[in-house]
Design a binder for this molecule. Structure first.
Ligand code: ATP
Ligand code: MG
Length: 439
């Protein structure tokens, strides 16, 4: 991509109402534009990052055996009346009437829709287990949309739904998702902490939130003992084995968000020298809820004994759009965003310091073409602007590498490369520079 033809509307200063650093940087980097409270347009740079996160989530879901579907954003209210949640859900649900006066809603989650699909087709335990997932926009009419896409009203969520014959099988499905989540966050360069959580309005009796630590986070984490940051489970995990001991061991923390738990009661249960609190951002939430939806909605399968019984279900959410902001909270400096390579909108910026000078243009062009061929997704900064302004905007938008081409270097047969995360610079012949960037 040539920056002179791209659409990257960076701002020198963030609007005064952006309170947290990720919101400020997303606005300054030209990633999003607010269209209404909690509702955002995704501009090209923001969309690229969003899609990369989405793809990592998709790959890990696929690897864990889940199957992708795409559910509608609008749902029939009658389905929610069947499950009993229509009236309970409250003001967060955006309720809509169509021209025939039928009640619809913009889905805040999709347990009812997926249960309706499941019960239409799956009738036998032989077809289980199944896990269907969906990466789709959700709407929750949050009381206080704030912090940009961190707490939007319209937001992108990955939601997966597991269906099993009994509780033991369902717990295996749950553990599988738990491990897939650890892989997702590790690939995103995040240290996510799984914490036991209150199932809240989704219901059920087993639930974990995945929290990344950040002072600006809205969740309060109450840790019992040492805070353990979780890595990826690694390739040697036996997906089908009994993962319960591993999950229990990895999730030996307790957490609460302010609304959900009674902090005083919690602290009473934990010795004073083991207590600590931290703030964090909830980037995922998983639930095992058993027959909560299958019973009222009659999602039954015939078991080995020939009898029909409700399936045991779980649901598994990842806040895909919130993760864009969460990654920025976890990875930035005074100059701007520092994208982990896995989600960077461009892999490298080729900064031409003297566009219009034939020899400089030729080297910049050659570097750009080579990086493109190597799959490094280069952005060619061919703008007619001061070097300082170019560096500032490339640092701001967080591109992991800069390859800087200027008249002096070209005369000496070298270019300069800079790693965004460390600020480390090297001056090298082009071929050598390309090798370093290619890793
Ligand atoms: P929160 O406590 O932050 O409101 P939640 O418990 O209501 O989250 P879930 O219903 O579990 O959220 O949704 C799954 C994931 O979707 C959450 O872990 C979070 O990452 C994301 N999410 C939820 N609400 C929002 C929102 N308003 N804006 C952006 N992402 C959200
Ligand atoms: Mg919520």
């Amino acid at each position: 991509m040539r920056l002179s033809r791209y659409f990257m509307p960076t701002l020198r200063e963030a609007p005064a109402d952006a309170q947290i650093v990720s919101h400020q940087l997303m606005l300054r980097a030209g990633m999003i534009r607010q269209e209404a409270a909690g509702i955002y347009a995704w501009l090209p740079l923001g969309l690229k990052v969003l899609k990369k996160i989405e793809q990592i989530v998709r790959e890990e879901m696929d690897r864990a055996g889940a199957i992708e579907v795409l559910l509608p954003t609008l749902q029939l209210a009658d389905l929610w009346r069947e499950s009993g949640r229509y009236d309970d859900y409250g003001d967060e649900m955006l309720r809509i009437k169509d021209r025939h006066d039928r009640d619809l809603l913009y889905g805040p989650t999709a347990e009812e829709v997926i249960t309706e699909i499941f019960r239409a087709y799956v009738k036998s335990y032989k077809d289980l287990p199944k896990n269907l997932y969906n990466i789709q926009w959700k709407f929750r009419d949050e009381r206080r949309p704030r912090f940009g896409v961190m707490r939007g009203r319209e937001f992108l969520m990955k939601d997966a739904y597991s269906f099993d014959i009994d509780e033991a099988a369902a717990r295996k499905s749950y553990n599988r998702m738990f491990l897939a989540y650890l892989n997702i966050y590790a690939r995103l360069g995040l240290k996510a902490i799984p914490v036991k959580a209150d199932p809240g309005p989704i219901g059920g009796d087993l639930s974990h939130e995945f929290i990344i630590l950040a002072d600006t986070g809205e969740s309060e984490v109450f840790a019992h003992g040492d805070l353990v940051e979780m890595g990826a489970p690694g390739p040697d995990i036996d997906w089908d084995g009994d993962l319960e001991p591993l999950v229990t061991q990895r999730a030996s923390l307790y957490a609460a968000s302010d609304e959900m738990h009674d902090a005083a009661r919690f602290e009473a249960e934990v010795p004073a020298d083991k207590r600590m609190t931290a703030r964090g951002i909830e980037v995922g939430h998983i639930f095992y809820f058993g027959e909560k939806y299958s019973k009222p909605m009659k999602a039954l399968v015939t078991g080995p004994d020939g009898k029909d019984a409700p399936i045991h279900g779980g649901s598994y959410g990842v806040g895909v759009s919130r993760l864009v902001a969460g990654i920025i909270e976890a990875s930035h400096d005074e100059a701007g965003i520092i994208w982990p390579d896995a989600v960077a909108p461009f892999g490298v910026a080729v900064v031409n310091l003297r566009p219009g000078t034939a020899e400089v243009d030729a080297v910049a062009e050659q570097a750009y073409k080579a990086l493109e061929a190597a799959g490094k997704e280069p952005l060619l900064d061919d703008r007619d602007d001061r070097p300082g302004a170019k560096f500032a905007s490339i640092d701001l938008v967080g591109i992991p590498w800069q390859l800087i081409v200027g008249p002096k270097g070209v005369a000496d047969g070298v270019v300069e490369i800079k790693r965004r995360a460390t600020g480390e610079r090297q001056t090298l012949p082009l071929e050598a520079a390309l090798k370093v960037i290619a890793g």
